[in-house]
Design a protein around this ligand. Structure first.
Ligand code: IVH
Length: 674
């Protein structure tokens, strides 16, 4: 009994803390503790609840996803119907609304103005502060019971904050999916070959209509609450008070809601929110204008389905219908191929749209957009307009299916799509679409390290037509360079000297400089070490490549494709002809004949060394034939420990790995160079 009581108390305390942190994180968007700390509290609560299942409360923070998939949704009758809104689309209609209200109430009115979220209406019922039932709007009289699914939305409190909570209260609001979550969801669905959601609204609705709540839980939904329906035991006189009360007991209420003292202020608000529409992370389709005073609302009443005391001021739709005249492919600076639909120009949300992105091959396939199709397009947020879906009923049979090209439309090199990637890329090193980017990479530190050749000068060289691929750098002519703006005698000399100096970079750097997709500095070093010459590497088979450390299927695939492309072979050939080093170790300080004291050894560095930076020490180890890895294991041969070594040092001691000092490392070097 004693133990049970202690557990009960700890569970209560942990639940209270977790509820508070959920509130800070999901409602206020201002967390107070780190995720790890939160996870620890949650872990402890789960542990206790597992040990004492009789103490698990339905409103416990651990119980968001609970229960099994349903066979179907039950019905919920709304005690007070959920109404819909009349619309205004012009300034005049807004003034008419205000005129009607003023006549009815015989005097000036205060309004509350709220962004109209484009999601779906929900109703949440709380009994003594505990969430007991959640429903869709349905036909306004009767909705579907989606309690289990709504419980998974973290910004919906399972238990309200504070004392003296009403015995019963029904709260209303909008459930929605923000644009980021929507884009991520559709991208994943495209990759899996699943059908896409047309817009965030449909995605939110589809997610809430899942029979399995764990699916809903994976969907990143959110809510803003904006009204109270039926309630007992609280006194409220204005809508503004309602919103303040909702905030106080822990609901998420839109921070953009304001009070206005006349219709002019309402209009200004509508204009201001419209100008911010693109920056909001969720879709809105207008502003809802409500009479603030609740008694006045009651006096005004409703006509049919809509209240007289509120109106929706609607913005232009973000979707429109048009025709796909053609589909082309654009090549971006990094070589990514993006299919683009050319459209019959159409007005959407205040601007004329004549092209829309189709993102990539997966999305193109998932949407099945064909040339000649009538399509619904969407321009939401400050993103490029996109095609929502074709209108299949308008197909005549004349439409043409488009497939991604096998060659780059700009340079005709082969295109490549690596396993697990959505993007199709051009692999041409001389592709004009990517030339600036690939030259900047080529000349960068860590690659060929050509001093002074940064983005600005690269762009100049490309614009002047002096460089069409990386090899051209080594054939530059001084007199042509001097014709460029801001390139005097001295600058030209410096540049040519820097280019000349880069010819003796180690093979690993040359490989890295080529910008082969997925081949970073570490893989370049392994490739150089393994193949010793560029020629060997170019001739390597997939199997041979995969023998190299750090080179898996994807990298091997990428290297093979790169080397098979004639354009790239041409560049490498011209680099070699100009005198760029194409083999390992010839220019190194240490000759390959001397014994390598660290040959085949795996070395880990820890702590700070006096004479070398971490990078220099690593290069030294590699020059001595060793391999540098980052964590200590049984396979580690040596740990080189400098000042203040960390846990790697302790780990080495535990495993009995030999520890070298900086002096030990130096004597190896000296022994080597004698
Ligand atoms: S008030 C009687 N406020 O718009 C008042 N509705 O056509 C009814 N909506 O079904 C709703 N944001 O889903 C209200 N701040 C807001 C809203 C809002 C979005 C939706 C709601 C409703 C529809 C009305």
């Amino acid at each position: 009994m004693e133990r049970l009581e202690k557990a009960r108390q700890e569970i209560a305390a942990l639940s209270e803390q977790l509820r508070y942190h959920d509130y800070r994180y999901y409602v206020l968007d201002s967390p107070e503790i780190a995720d790890a700390e939160y996870d620890q509290l949650m872990g402890r609560l789960r542990e206790l609840e597992a040990a004492y299942p009789e103490l698990v409360q339905p409103s416990s923070p651990t119980q968001r996803v609970s229960g099994r998939p349903l066979a179907g949704f039950g019905q919920v009758e709304h005690r007070i119907p959920l109404l819909s809104l009349d619309n205004a689309t012009t300034q005049e209609e807004l003034w008419d609304f205000d005129g009607r209200i003023q006549r009815w109430l015989q005097g000036p009115v205060i309004y509350v103005v709220e962004p109209k979220i484009d999601g779906l209406a929900i109703s949440l019922t709380y009994e003594d502060g505990v969430f007991v039932r959640g429903a869709t709007r349905g036909d306004g009289e009767r909705g579907e019971d989606i309690t289990q699914n709504l419980r998974t939305i973290n910004s919906i409190p399972l238990r309200l904050r504070g004392e003296d909570l009403p015995p019963i209260m029904e709260v209303r609001g909008e459930a929605y999916m923000d644009r980021r979550a929507f884009d991520d969801l559709n991208r994943r669905r495209g990759e899996m070959g699943e059908t896409l959601f047309a817009n965030p609204r449909n995605a939110a609705a589809g997610s809430l209509r899942q029979l399995d709540p764990s699916v809903t839980a994976s969907r990143r939904l959110n809510v803003f609450m904006y009204a109270i329906g039926y309630y007992e035991g609280i006194e409220l006189t204005t809508h503004w008070q309602v919103l303040e009360y909702l905030r106080e007991v822990g609901f998420r209420v839109n921070p953009l809601i304001e009070r206005c003292s006349d219709v002019e202020a309402v209009w200004k608000y509508c204009e201001r929110i419209e100008s911010q529409r693109d920056e909001l992370v969720y879709d809105i389709d207008g502003v809802v204008v409500k009479v603030d005073n609740l008694a006045a609302q009651a006096a005004l009443g409703a006509t049919g389905r809509s209240p007289r005391w509120a109106i929706a001021f609607k913005y232009p739709a973000e979707e429109a219908t048009t025709i796909v005249e053609d589909i082309i492919v654009q090549v971006g600076r990094t070589g990514a191929l993006t299919p683009l639909a050319l459209l019959t120009p159409v007005e959407v949300a205040g601007s004329t749209v004549s092209r829309a992105t189709l993102h990539n091959a997966d999305i193109l396939r998932a949407k099945d957009v064909r040339i000649g199709d009538t399509v619904i397009i969407r321009k939401a947020g400050d993103v490029i307009p996109e095609i929502v879906m074709p209108v299949e009923s308008k197909r005549t049979g004349e439409e043409r299916v488009f497939t991604m090209p096998s060659h780059c439309p700009v340079c005709n090199a082969e295109v490549q799509r690596l396993p697990g990637e959505a993007v199709t890329r051009c692999i041409g090193t001389a592709c004009p679409a990517q030339l600036v980017e690939s030259l900047v990479h080529f000349a960068a530190r860590g690659a060929m390290d050509i001093e002074g050749l940064g983005p600005a000068l690269v762009s100049q060289l490309v614009e002047a037509g002096l460089v069409k691929d990386p090899a051209d750098l080594y054939y530059l002519d001084g007199s042509a360079l001097r014709t460029l703006p801001r390139m005097g005698e001295k600058s030209v000399d410096n540049l040519l000297r820097a280019i000349e100096a880069s010819k003796s970079r180690p093979l690993a750097r040359v490989i890295y400089a080529l910008g082969i997709r997925l081949v970073g500095e570490a893989a370049s070093r392994e490739l150089a070490m393994h193949f010793q010459t560029m020629e060997h590497m170019m001739a390597a088979s997939r199997e041979e490549l995969q023998k190299v450390d750090l080179v898996g299927d994807k990298i091997a695939e990428s290297v093979i494709a790169f080397m098979a492309e004639p354009q790239n072979r041409g560049v490498i050939e011209r680099l070699a002809r100009s005198g760029v080093n194409m083999s390992e170790a010839t220019e190194e300080v240490y000759s390959t004949e001397a014994p390598s004291p660290l040959a085949g050894k795996t070395v880990v560095l820890t702590g700070s060394l006096r004479r070398y930076t971490r990078q220099e020490a690593a290069e030294l180890v590699r020059a001595l034939g060793g391999k540098v890895t980052s964590s200590v294991s049984r396979n580690t041969d040596y740990v080189v420990a400098g000042q203040d070594p960390g846990s790697k040092y302790t780990r080495a001691q535990e495993l009995g790995v030999k520890i070298l000092s900086e002096a030990d490392l130096e004597s190896l070097v000296e022994g080597r160079s004698q």
